[in-house]
Design a protein around this ligand. Structure first.
Ligand code: AMP
Length: 281
């Protein structure tokens, strides 16, 4: 695996690989990698002959400076993990490399409700920062396919809409959420959980599973209120538990009219904010 720190070096290598006929798969990450990230790389290998991963803790998508400061960073261990799954190239740029001084790369697109509900409501500005960095990274790498996890369902929805609005040729591939044995979705943030909160956190997935059963009998608002109570009673501080249309992310008016239904949740476990989701339909 070759490690690149500059746009110039990465693009020089990519040009050579493309000329040799290779297809490029891209896996953007913020590092502190776990099995969830590695499955994206493995999925990329299935359809692309070259896989590029990036590690960049993007300051513009953190609305809370403390969260940015506390975000785990371990580039050496990450490099070893990526190597172990046969990743071809790793791009670790500096902030100045991604956002060169004097250039305003801020993406200004109208995502409608997609970036305003749920995460958008509780983390103002988060999706503007996320979309800007994904667009910037796509412009640098110019991959054939982009691999992202269902774990961040709303992020995926915003990126899908961004690609549509930009008329991009990049194909977005959604990869299933990888979980611990007790159901907790793998996340770089899990390593910051106290032992007590680590023991409590699997209630999030259990609640999603139980909610999937309850919506068969009860109206969504009632199930949402039940789920919020259940998470709070367990000792978490839930921000939202929303059952929404899987495409528009708006509340469901008519269950039969929504092609996809997904429940999305965010909850604080001590001072660690966790998110998860489950596709109901
Ligand atoms: P992050 O580094 O957390 O920003 O995540 C980078 C990519 O990995 C995003 O596309 C995430 O959706 C994906 N990802 C994170 N956790 C998981 C997981 N547990 N299962 C599958 N994909 C994940």
């Amino acid at each position: 695996m070759i490690i690149f720190n500059t746009v110039y070096d990465l693009q020089y290598w990519l040009a050579t690989e493309r000329k040799a006929g290779h297809t490029i798969g891209f896996v953007p990450t913020m590092g502190a990698l776990h099995e969830g990230h590695l499955t994206l790389v493995q999925r990329a290998h299935e359809t692309c002959s070259r896989t590029v991963a990036s590690i960049f803790v993007n300051p513009t998508q953190f609305n809370d400076p403390k969260d940015l400061e506390k975000y785990p960073r371990m580039p050496e261990a990450d490099g070893q993990l990526l190597k172990s799954v046969g990743c071809h190239a790793l791009f670790i740029p500096s902030v100045a490399e991604v956002y060169p001084a004097g250039k305003d790369l801020t993406l200004r697109l109208n995502f409608g409700a997609l970036d305003k509900v749920m995460e958008g409501h509780f983390r103002p500005g988060h999706f503007d920062g996320m979309a800007t960095v994904v667009k910037r990274l796509l412009d640098i790498v110019q991959p054939h396919q982009l691999f992202m996890g269902q774990k961040d369902y709303q992020q995926l929805s915003v990126v899908r809409e961004m690609l549509r609005l930009l008329g991009s040729m990049v194909e977005l591939v959604m990869c299933a959420t990888i979980r611990e044995d007790d159901g907790l979705a793998k996340s770089s943030r899990n390593m910051r959980l106290t032992p007590e909160m680590r023991a409590t956190a699997p209630i999030i997935y259990k609640t999603l599973l139980e909610a999937r059963e309850r919506v068969k009998e009860s109206p969504n608002p009632q199930v949402q209120a039940w789920a919020m109570r259940k998470l709070a009673d367990a000792g978490l501080r839930p921000e939202y538990f929303d059952i929404v249309d899987g495409i528009t992310l708006r509340p469901i008016r008519n269950k039969d009219k929504s092609e996809m239904i997904v429940a999305c949740v965010a909850a604080w476990a001590g001072d660690v904010r966790l998110i998860d989701n489950l596709v109901f339909k």
